[in-house]
Design a protein around this ligand. Structure first.
Ligand SMILES: Cc1ncc(COP(=O)(O)O)c(C=O)c1O
Length: 429
């Protein structure tokens, strides 16, 4: 393998890169991942062997069970290859002439994104992440004293803090709809938002799937409720994009945001903002610079200056990777693993699950409190001793651990996680 690597990158470069501690697979895209070309679409009923072959598309070592998709997902080998290959091509010849094709690649990613979300390329802005997308919305809408924005209290800070800060600046008001746990049902949220709407309500901002406890919001119904009253909707899709087979033509939000580096398993610092055609005239761009996109709203809204086009192209590859496997199959797999983990944790004495066990109210995020165990110490022990990655929630508000399995996980990893939590519940950490 070392000889192959050296032949591919040149002996001196290879030695230098090894000295830098570079991962060998990253130096030899393709050569180190022969299996990447072998993966076919998921069969109608994919078995564990099929999912194992999906797992092998990722460069995580086989003993590492990462159940932290809600935070950051690994990129698959084809995505790493795309980042590396296009970056290398650009850096070999950074002329304008050579980079024309990168601009075309960026527009191709826009088309892939549009088809992935079932909308038009003219409605897609490629951003850096969900934080940026949400802020482009709260910055870009004209709001004034007397106007009201309704938000749900489990929204991420890039949604709620942003609205509150801008309320201070522009004089509008913000009202929060509480998000009790476990999820009280779709009807609860429809009624809560309906009752809170006043003639001053101009925007509703909610999260499709919350990052706190994984609650699935009735996005389509909430968007309809707002639309009928002339209210704009911002749906934060950070925890739904790339795991739910999202159809924005059905949901019909005004704005929907997402990050490439979460469930889509794409490159870092890429994101999406969908801006519904009907709302193009209702939002101002925040950044005016060179190199905008080519079509629709991107031509005025996406002039963010020089971009990392190789990463943008790799974003498209990540979406195609999922599409090749099958998006309904990916959603079903993530849900199945989540339910299995939830079932296992439920049986452990003393473990309190904050997430609803009703599959219509959740997708692939579970938060739980492991009795009186210190969550941070437990998370550290799980990682260091058992090679299981998850997140913690500190403070008083639904504290504990957060697990978020995805399609690259296996049932063996779920069983291992349940067994490890059981062990620490018995012996402590
Ligand atoms: C619901 C939600 N919105 C927004 C974000 C911010 O995502 P990013 O850091 O990719 O901008 C997160 C991150 O976890 C999130 O869970």
């Amino acid at each position: 393998m070392a000889r192959e690597n050296a032949a591919l990158v040149g002996r001196r470069d290879f030695a230098r890169l090894l000295a830098l501690g570079g991962a060998i697979p990253f130096l030899t895209p393709g050569a180190a991942w022969p299996q990447t070309r072998a993966l076919g679409p998921a069969p109608a009923r994919p078995d564990e062997r099929y999912w194992q072959s999906v797992r092998e598309q990722f460069v995580m070592p086989p003993d590492l069970a990462m159940l932290n998709a809600a935070n950051l997902c690994p990129s698959s080998a084809p995505v790493l290859e795309a980042v590396y290959g296009h970056t290398k091509d650009m850096d070999r010849d950074p002329s304008f002439d050579n980079r024309v094709k990168l601009g075309e690649g960026r527009e191709n990613t826009r088309r892939i994104l549009a088809s992935f979300l079932r909308v038009a390329p003219e409605e897609i802005v490629i951003t850096r992440n969900t934080s940026e997308s949400n802020n482009l919305v709260s910055n870009g809408i004209d709001l004034k004293p007397g106007d009201q924005v309704l938000i749900s209290s489990d929204n991420h800070p890039c949604n709620n803090n942003a609205w509150k800060q801008k309320a201070k600046r522009f004089g509008f008001t913000v009202k929060e709809i509480p998000t009790p746990s476990p999820h009280p049902g779709a009807e609860h949220y429809l009624a809560a938002f309906r009752n809170a709407i006043t003639p001053s309500t101009k925007v509703i901002g909610f999260t499709h799937v919350t990052s706190t406890v994984g609650d699935l919001f009735p996005a389509r119904e909430l968007c309809a409720l707002a639309r009928e009253r002339g209210i704009l909707t911002l749906v934060d899709g950070a925890q739904s994009f790339g795991v739910i087979d999202v159809d924005l033509s059905d949901m019909q939000p005004d704005f929907y945001s997402g990050s490439a580096h979460k469930w889509p398993c794409g490159p870092k610092e890429n994101g999406v903002l969908f801006i519904n055609k009907r709302s193009h005239a209702k939002i101002w761009a925040t950044i005016y610079s060179a190199y905008p996109g080519s079509v629709g709203i991107s031509a005025t809204f996406e002039g963010f200056g020089q971009r990392d086009e190789p990463a943008m192209i790799a974003f498209g590859e990540a979406l195609q990777f999922q599409t090749r496997i099958g998006r309904p199959q990916i959603e079903a797999r993530a849900r199945e693993l989540t339910q299995a983990l939830m079932e296992g944790l439920k049986k452990l004495d003393g473990v309190k699950i904050w997430t609803s066990t009703d599959p219509s109210r959740t997708v692939a995020v579970i938060s739980c409190q492991p009795g009186s165990l210190d969550a941070r110490r437990l998370q550290a022990a799980l990682y260091q001793k058992d090679r299981i990655g998850c997140a913690t929630r500190g403070g008083q508000d639904r504290p504990g651990l957060r697990f978020s399995p995805h399609f690259y996980n296996t049932h063996a990893e779920i069983d291992r996680t349940i067994a490890a939590v059981k062990k620490y519940m018995a012996v402590g950490v």
